[in-house]
Each structure stands twice: as structure tokens, then as C-alpha cells.
Design a protein around this ligand. Structure first.
Ligand code: FES
Length: 571
């Protein structure tokens, strides 16, 4: 017997509340059969004018609806909090968990049997997936797709990458305001999200490798008609998923997450992958920890030659064959039987992809780098861990001992970094405090701070930088991130002083503050916690409940899920 639809509890009854639930919806003109056993599919839309990367998703929702109706479903689109990376202050990460609560509660409170998540910009993918996990209905993701390659004077430029180079371009290549303006109008020239292998592209690849999208969905550019095709087919498929009761928890297994870690290494994905996958695992009840990312991913070869560390952009990746080629190439490292939204395994879905450009996607036999994943560092400076992306770092700095130049806050950094009197050279280690989940608050993407002008002018492009913040997926450098515990709650990072020696040894996964235990304890005793960044509202709630980076920076009370059942009607 077919399982009773969840929406039956709203629409299937002939009592007063059944009347209320149906009657008001009649104002949209829905006929009787819409309330007689059609699966209701919620289209969770992160469209917003304030999120330019998701600006096309209103149109996409209509295409998804087409597919849902064709398959016999009842589409119901709903808006949720949308997080636009380029506009929101102080950082979208402060609101990822809030958006996930919005998604979770909206799905649970309404007569929804299955969900389509329309996502794009960095946080809109993890926030919606996290929220959906806590309800655990059949769910499919439609990633909005990257923009076409940015163009500037005959060259390709990556959105989200050039902005990190503006200071360097001005200082070293004498870029004028006109030059910069020309890049500004050419770098984001179509709908879609950043087209580097930054966080948005990483998140799209993450959901595909987890099995949450139809095969091949991640890399299709937003304006390519095949993206619309994918949206329509996803609309059809979610209706079937409801009939099969193919819930998120059946797809998001430990095996699926291990697959995703492997694929993320192979594509050279963003470090933000870690914090978001940890949070998703926490919601769906998979036991995943920071060390898993190193153990499973760090020895995986880099296959994809995309900016920020490589040469190409997402449009090239798609034309070269996209993620299916990478998945197939890495199959020896994957759990091939992990099930995906189309009911087939990831192995079955990616048997015969063809690579059309081996300069963009290389082979295991000739990888771009032999080891690409993320390294998890431990030491007295980061007792719960810190991370570095070796593929985006400078080889000569991977084992280094340098003098700390400390900035207590981001404002302190801005004030002093270009002071000609600042005692700093290229062998120093830049230490930035106060940018963790509690401290900033919200753990912004500032870890890849610019080098001082006077050092850039020498032609030096990289130095070791350490912080409790994150780094944009579009950035590169020898940048140590996610230091946990963070400085604002008294982690050792808070105790670092100018002139201390810091030792980094990536091969041995070590990050060490070279002072005596006695001195460390003395500083600990004298340390005073900075004043909390907020005393009311959501930000206060966030500060009181956010977990540290090594746990995914989710709120403690959002861990796990509450399922889809709502026992009380509105009466
Ligand atoms: Fe939205 Fe880069 S700013 S994806």
C-alpha cells in the first residue's frame, strides 16, 4: 500500500480544519484534484534582489513547477531568508544558521511532502540543506549554476578572485581606476554565482557528490539552457522521490559524506566545505569530525585546474565534462554504491563520462598535484584544530618558523598594516585575532588578509597568515584558518604577542606557539574576555549558542533534527 502523504493531514480531511486548509488556497483557483492525493512539493526559493547570484531563481522556480505538474505533483513555492555574500554585513556566515531555522520551520509547519531547494550563492546551499536535514523529507537540490566566465581585455577573469588582487594590481601593475572599472563591468556578465572554484561552486559540487542533485547538475552555467532542463527534470523527479519515500537521511549517509570529501579534494574545493559539511552531518546525525577531512581527503590528487589555484573557470569545467568526469576518475576512492536522488548509486550515475579537455580535468595518472585535500593542524596554538589548504599555499612556507606580528582585531589590522613603521618582513607570521564565530561575530572570510604594501612592492605575494576566521573559496595563499578554540573565548590564539615565534610544519600537521608552558599559563591568567558583540536580538542568541569551527559553527540547539511530524493542528 502506498504510504499516506504527509499533506493528507491538511487537505484530506472533511472536518472544519480540512475546509480551512483547502478553502483559502482556492483563491489561487486550484481545482479539486489538487487536494486529492497529489504530492505537495515545496519549492524553497532563495531568490532575492539582494542576492545577485540567485537573481534568476524566480524564473527557475517556474521551470521546476513545470516538471512537478507534469509528474502529477502540486508545486508550492515559498521564499526563505536569502544570504547574499557581496552585500550582507558583517558576514553572511552570521546568518547561515538563522536561514537554516527559517527553512526547517517553514517546511515542517506546512503541508509539504517533498522539497526542492533552489540555491546559488555560498551560504544558500548549506543553510537550506541544513534546515531540510532537520525535517528529513524527500529533498532534491537544484544549484542555480555559475556565471559565464568573466572577461577583461581578451582574458578570462574569475569573479570573486580578482577582488583579492586589487591591492596587488594597483601596487605592482599600476592598475588605474579605469582599469578596475573595466574589470568591474566584465567580471559578472551573466546570471549565476561566482564562476571560480570558490565556495558557491564548491557547494554545488558538494551537493552533487553527496547525491542530492541529478547527475551533472553542479557545473552547468546558470544561463545554459541545459540548466533549465535540469530544473525541470528535478521537478519531475522529486514527485517520484516522495512516492518512494527517498528521504534525505537515506542519501546523506557517512559513505556519501566520505565521497564528498574525496571529490572536494579532487576539485580543489573551498575550505568552507569543511565547516558546512560538518554542520550538515550534525543535522542529519552522521558522526563526522574535523580529522576525517584530513584522513580521507588529504592524499587525494588534484584533478581540476580551476581558479583560484588553477587556470580555468566553471564554464570551462562544464564543457570539459564537469563533475561526472571527476567522480568517475576518483572511483577507486569512492563508495560507489552510495544512493542518490535519482534512485541510482553514484557509481551507476557516473560510469561513462567523457573528458573533453584534459587540461581542465586531468587524470589520476597525471594529476595537477599529487595531494590536494585539506590538512588539519594541531598544536598548542589550536588545540581543537586549524586547517590549511596546501594546494592553494606556497610550498616554501609549508615548513616555516617566523616572528608573530599580531593584530588584535580587523580594525587594528586596517589601521596599521600599511604603516611604514610596522616592524614586519616577509618571514613574519601575520596573526589576526577576534574573527572567530563568537568574536566577530560570525567568522567572516578575512583570513586571507592582504600583505602590507611595502612587502607587496618587493614582489612578495604570500606570507603565513593565521586567524580564527575563514577564507573565501576564491582566495589563495598560505593561510591557516578556523583556529579552534577561537581567541574571543580564550583560545591560545588570544595569548600570542608580537615577537613570539610560531612554527608551522604542514607535513607533520603541527602549529606551535614557541613559548614556555609557564609563560603560557601566566598569559592565560591575565587574559580578559572581550566584551560580547551584542546584548540583544538574534546576534546575542547566536553568540550564546554558536559552536566552534571544528564542530561546524552550528548553534548547539540546532544539532540533530525534529523530524516532519507536527502533532498539533492550528484549531
Ligand atoms: Fe555569490 Fe560569489 S558572491 S557566489
Amino acid at each position: 500500500m502506498e504510504k499516506k502523504l504527509r499533506s493528507y493531514d491538511w487537505f484530506g480531511k472533511s472536518d472544519k480544519m480540512g475546509f480551512v486548509h483547502r478553502s483559502w488556497l482556492r483563491n489561487q483557483g486550484y481545482p479539486d484534484d489538487y487536494f486529492q492525493g497529489k504530492p505537495v512539493i515545496g519549492i524553497c526559493n532563495t531568490w532575492s534582489d539582494l542576492t545577485p547570484c540567485n537573481g534568476h531563481l524566480r524564473d527557475f522556480a517556474e521551470i521546476v513547477k513545470r516538471g512537478i505538474v507534469e509528474a502529477g505533483g502540486f508545486p508550492m513555492e515559498f521564499p526563505v531568508t536569502s544570504l547574499g555574500e557581496t552585500l550582507m554585513r558583517p558576514t553572511t556566515m552570521l546568518f547561515r544558521n538563522l536561514a537554516s531555522m527559517d527553512v526547517e520551520e517553514t517546511i515542517r509547519a506546512n503541508p509539504i511532502d517533498g522539497v526542492v531547494l533552489l540555491t546559488g550563492c555560498d551560504k544558500t546551499t548549506p543553510s537550506t540543506v541544513m534546515g531540510a536535514c532537520s525535517v528529513d523529507l524527500p529533498t532534491i537540490v537544484v544549484p542555480g549554476g555559475p556565471m559565464l566566465n568573466g572577461r577583461f581585455r581578451g582574458e578570462c577573469v574569475g569573479s570573486g578572485s580578482f577582488n583579492w588582487l586589487i591591492k596587488e594590481k594597483r601596487a605592482v601593475e599600476n592598475f588605474t581606476a579605469e582599469d578596475i572599472h573595466e574589470v568591474e563591468v566584465g567580471v559578472a556578465r551573466s546570471q549565476g554565482h561566482c564562476m571560480t572554484m570558490g565556495t558557491a561552486s564548491t557547494m554545488a559540487c558538494m551537493v552533487e557528490s553527496l547525491g542530492l542533485t541529478l547527475p551533472g547538475a553542479a557545473a552547468i552555467p546558470a544561463v545554459d539552457s541545459r540548466k533549465k532542463l535540469m530544473a525541470q527534470l528535478s521537478g519531475r523527479r522529486i514527485v517520484e522521490m516522495v512516492k518512494e519515500d527517498l528521504k534525505l537521511s537515506k542519501i546523506l549517509t557517512r559513505q556519501a559524506m566520505e565521497n564528498s570529501i574525496v571529490v572536494n579534494a579532487g576539485i580543489g574545493g573551498s575550505t568552507n566545505f569543511i565547516i558546512h559539511l560538518l554542520a550538515i552531518a550534525g543535522r542529519i546525525g552522521v558522526n563526522l569530525n574535523l580529522e576525517d577531512f584530513d584522513r580521507i581527503g588529504s592524499k587525494i590528487p588534484l584533478l581540476v585546474n580551476l581558479k583560484p589555484s588553477g587556470k580555468y573557470l566553471m564554464e570551462d569545467f562544464y564543457y570539459a565534462g564537469g563533475l561526472p568526469v571527476v567522480i568517475n576518475e576518483l572511483k577507486q576512492y569512492l563508495h560507489a554504491d552510495a544512493i542518490t536522488v535519482n534512485g541510482k548509486s553514484i557509481g551507476e550515475n557516473n560510469v561513462k563520462p567523457v573528458c573533453y579537455n584534459t587540461d581542465v580535468i586531468s587524470t589520476l595518472g597525471q594529476p595537477l598535484q599529487p595531494e590536494a585535500g585539506i590538512a588539519v593542524l594541531k598544536g598548542n596554538l589550536c588545540e581543537q584544530g586549524a586547517i590549511i589548504k596546501p594546494s592553494a599555499a606556497s610550498k616554501n612556507l609549508m615548513k616555516h618558523k617566523g616572528r608573530a606580528v599580531v593584530f588584535e582585531t580587523m580594525e587594528d589590522y586596517h589601521q596599521r598594516i600599511d604603516d611604514p613603521k610596522l616592524d614586519i618582513d616577509e618571514n613574519c607570521v601575520i596573526v589576526l585575532k577576534g574573527v572567530g564565530p563568537v568574536g566577530y561575530p560570525g567568522m567572516p572570510e578575512v583570513g586571507n588578509v592582504d600583505l602590507p604594501d611595502k612587502i607587496l612592492k618587493k614582489g612578495v605575494k604570500d606570507m603565513i597568515r593565521i586567524s580564527d576566521g575563514r577564507m573565501s573559496g576564491t582566495a589563495a595563499g598560505t593561510v591557516i584558518l578556523h583556529v579552534s578554540p577561537e581567541s574571543s573565548i580564550g583560545g591560545t590564539l588570544a595569548l600570542v604577542q608580537n615577537g613570539d615565534m610560531i612554527e608551522l610544519d604542514v607535513e607533520n600537521r603541527k602549529l606551535h606557539l614557541d613559548i614556555s608552558e609557564e609563560e603560557l599559563q601566566k598569559r592565560k591568567k591575565a587574559w580578559k574576555q572581550p566584551e560580547a558583540a551584542a546584548s540583544r536580538g538574534y546576534v546575542k542568541f547566536y553568540i550564546d549558542h554558536v559552536q566552534q569551527a571544528h564542530l561546524g559553527a552550528d548553534l548547539d540547539l540546532l544539532q540533530g533534527g525534529s523530524g516532519s511530524e507536527v502533532t498539533r493542528d492550528l484549531h
